[in-house]
Design a protein around this ligand. Structure first.
Ligand code: PHE
Ligand code: FE
Length: 288
């Protein structure tokens, strides 16, 4: 995850690229237990909900073990599979730093884990969201390339002043993406797979709109960071996502400069609607 704008420099104790040691040997047993609790309840329910690429990655990395995974161990497998690695950072990092890591096939992950009373919701991404949520997909060769290309695209968008548009692409794919597969609708977004409640809501609840992925549509759509999404965008495969994002965004960015934003619950002409949501959850006040 990234924060906003360019960096002034890393916080004390961090390296120039903002990385820190994971300090794996400093986790307490209580912290390992939080991981195990979260892992067990998510892994069990994601069968038939998360896409095959995610489930395969989860198995390949063997993220269960006895608790919070040691990045050094994950990285051996990840390097072998796709050449990616996970690096620890102190929290949100500036956009340019974030993109530089992705462009070099490094995924910046939080080192801390949520407290036992925060199992279901927390504001800042912790190691469970970052590692359980994001890293399995990085074992898929096509998704691995997409994430690197996103990092390069981020550096370009930052220079062109179109980061707000590109950030929506990340949000609605990497974080909250759904995939239409022959077996049914599946989750690949890290923000969903790392949340017990949203793993059910995103697939089964009648409230949100579910719309076929369209690049320009996505880049015009606002998102909310405080509650379940009111719209999910559905890709056909990682391959097709990769193909539509490979093209040069130059002309698209020019169009977007004059385009109006689309609200989170809005439907617009041309939408390939899979589910027309009732928005009942949001109308009832959502999480409140
Ligand atoms: N094709 C995009 C560009 O020209 C870069 C990009 C690739 C962005 C993949 C996101 C994902 O800017
Ligand atoms: Fe994330």
């Amino acid at each position: 995850m990234s924060g906003d704008g360019f960096s002034n420099g890393p916080p004390p104790g961090a390296r120039p690229d903002w990385t820190i040691d994971q300090g794996w040997e400093t986790y307490s047993q209580a912290e390992h237990d939080v991981w195990i609790t979260l892992y067990e309840r998510q892994a069990a329910m994601l069968h038939g909900r998360a896409c095959d690429e995610f489930m395969r990655g989860l198995d390949a990395l063997d993220l269960h073990r006895a608790g919070i995974p040691d990045f050094a161990r994950i990285n051996e497998e990840l390097q072998r599979l796709t050449g990616w690695s996970v690096v620890a950072v102190p929290g949100l990092v500036p956009d340019d730093v974030f993109f530089d890591h992705l462009a070099n096939r490094r995924f910046p992950a939080g080192q801390f884990i949520r407290k036992p009373h925060e199992l279901d919701y927390l504001q800042e991404p912790d190691i469970f969201h970052d590692v359980f949520g994001h890293v399995p997909m990085l074992t898929d060769p096509v998704f691995a390339d997409y994430m690197q290309a996103y990092g390069q695209g981020g550096q370009r968008a930052l220079g062109l002043g179109r980061l707000a548009n590109l950030a929506r692409l990340y949000w609605y794919t990497v974080e909250f993406g759904l995939m239409n597969t022959p077996a049914g609708l599946r989750i690949y977004g890290a923000g969903i797979v790392s949340s017990r409640a949203e793993s059910i809501f995103a697939l089964d609840d009648p409230s949100p709109n579910r719309i076929g992925f369209d690049l320009e549509r996505v880049m015009r759509t606002n998102y909310r960071i405080d509650d379940f999404q009111q719209v999910y965008f559905v890709i056909d495969s990682i391959q097709t996502l990769q193909e539509v994002t490979l093209r040069d965004f130059g002309a698209l960015y020019q169009n977007l400069a004059d385009a109006t934003d689309i609200g989170v619950a809005e439907l617009v002409p041309g939408d390939a609607i899979l589910t027309r949501g009732t928005q009942a959850y949001a109308k009832a006040g959502g999480r409140l």
